[in-house]
Design a protein. Structure first.
Length: 155
């Protein structure tokens, strides 16, 4: 059974995430090389659960306005979960309408949830994959928030 369906018209894969040592320099270079435009970078302390312990890494994050699929650039400012021995392809994000069910099915198949957003927000879960990058399951409810951020950045 497919966990994350693709219907042939819309891909559940909506972004790739890169951990980078300098978000502004990387964004500028990718704009120059590939014509990518970027949402206004956001600095955030993101509460997550990592191996059962709560942490709040400080991140600087942006998404490309070009897409889907989008490119996400992440620069960790606190040296925690996404510490930048960067540059690396960190994760591939997939939409899911039922995060709990998708996480349960991933775990049933041996893909443990390594990082999950804290329960008060609970929009995503990261899982290690055999292919290297983490697989990120993201609740489709985050789509409106992401779209609003990208739209505001286009103005």
């Amino acid at each position: 059974m497919t966990i994350i369906p693709n219907d042939g018209h819309n891909s559940a894969m909506y972004h790739v995430g890169l951990v980078v040592p300098d978000l502004h320099a990387t964004a500028a270079q990718y704009t120059e090389l590939f014509g990518l435009q970027w949402a206004t970078p956001r600095e955030t302390a993101l509460p997550v659960i990592v191996h059962g312990e709560r942490v709040a890494p400080e991140l600087l994050v942006t998404y490309s306005l070009n897409g889907p699929p989008f490119m996400e650039l992440m620069q960790e400012l606190s040296g925690d979960v996404w510490a930048a021995d960067a540059l690396r392809l960190d994760h591939i994000g997939f939409w899911t309408p039922d995060l709990d069910a998708a996480v349960a099915e991933f775990e049933r198949r041996g893909l443990e949830s390594v990082v999950r957003e804290a329960p008060e927000r609970d929009r995503f879960s990261f899982h290690r994959s055999a292919g290297g990058p983490w697989l990120e399951l993201v609740a489709t409810s985050f789509g409106d928030q992401l779209g609003a951020w990208q739209d505001a950045s286009r103005s």
